[in-house]
Write a protein that binds this ligand. Sequence first.
Ligand code: SF4
Ligand code: SF4
Length: 449
Amino acid sequence: MQTNLADFIKDTPEGKEAEAILRSCVHCGFCLATCPTYQLLGDELDSPRGRIYLMKQMLEGEPVTEKTQLHLDRCLTCRACETACPSGVRYGHLLDIGRGIVEKKVGRGLVAGSMRYVLRQALPNPGLFASLLKIGRAARPLLPEGLKDSIPAALVKESRSLRAARYERRMLVLQGCVQPGLAPNINAAAMRVLDKLGISLISAPDAGCCGAVSYHLNAQQEGLDYMRRNVDAWWPYVAPETEKGPGAKPGTKERATGGANEETRGIEAIVMTASGCGVTVKEYGHLLRHDPAYAEKAARISELTRDISEIVEAEMPALVSLLSKSAAGMENSKQKLAFHSPCTLQHGMRIRGVAEKILTAVGFDLTYVPDAHLCCGSAGTYSILQPELSQQLLKNKVTALESGHPDRIATANIGCLMHIRSGAALPVEHWIEILDEKLEVAQPGTIED
Ligand code: SF4
Ligand code: SF4
């Protein structure tokens, strides 16, 4: 697509990236059929090609209006269009640039601006989020039906405390922001599964929100600051030995580069149990590439980042052997699961079929899910900011997931899990919890033992 960017953007790094992306789009329209908002609304301006056109106009200096903002806001950032695109258009990166500019040019009204501010403050802060959740749960009986559904009921499964690293093989895990409050069992399950496979999963105390919440609410500098904080928190665990530096105290296990010690040194990977965080951390290298103090470190962090499915897939022979040693391991083998692959997993990280392959290999029967490429409507804060579209997508997704009459629904991202749980009659869990449960049957005993 021919472009002629306006002076305000053309010589900036963002302008150059946007121009390259715009030029790669050949306007073929192959992406339209896979776009959930185009399917629901039937308006070209709510399709990838239409939004690309709106952003092109804006970057070429045409007036930007609230209508432009509305069409960009309605995008789920699901990136199904990237999967469908034969020209490799990096739509997600263009949208980040486009939304940032619209935000500066159009702004937000008081109510919408305040709502976004509150979300940016509450969600990335695990302590504040947990307190708000507690208050919400206490007030739940008094709330109207619609609002009740958005407050998750108390947890059925609680995580168990885990002891420190005991194996040579160690990996970091991101605790994240909302997941510890909503579903602490997910990371605990990942720790137990990997422990049985001879890998210790540890976490860096100073790491927190991956930065996606702020970044996708157009507070991009704030998002980048969260990312820098995580790079700083993880770097002592991944820094080359040469960075040990003169500050290391003789006779102690501390390193000059931070709080890591002999027990935590030399981690193999940084593991993500929420694909929404994984897709962001895998992009730290790209997002911080213009920051001279962080570019190299961020690229290394991204290189080490793995979704939990990638880790377990690499250990499949050991996993299958563990299960085959016990007849009990096959007891629930006839259970039917419907797997919802989050957009951040299948389109963002382009990890397709891996968790499904693992679940099938350990004996679950996976049902066919129609339109599995479509978003469930959760999409970060989308379910709060675009409730009508989000609810329509949820309804369609639950119908599709339940159509094969599964016993349970499995997924790989906390946002999708909570959203689908709010609309489904069946239990909805992270697939690693289901695998953990199966391993516990086959090989009882946990790492607290
Ligand atoms: S499929 Fe790709 S090249 Fe074709 S219109 Fe969509 S984004 Fe552009
Ligand atoms: S990211 Fe998803 S919602 Fe947005 S344009 Fe692409 S397919 Fe449509």
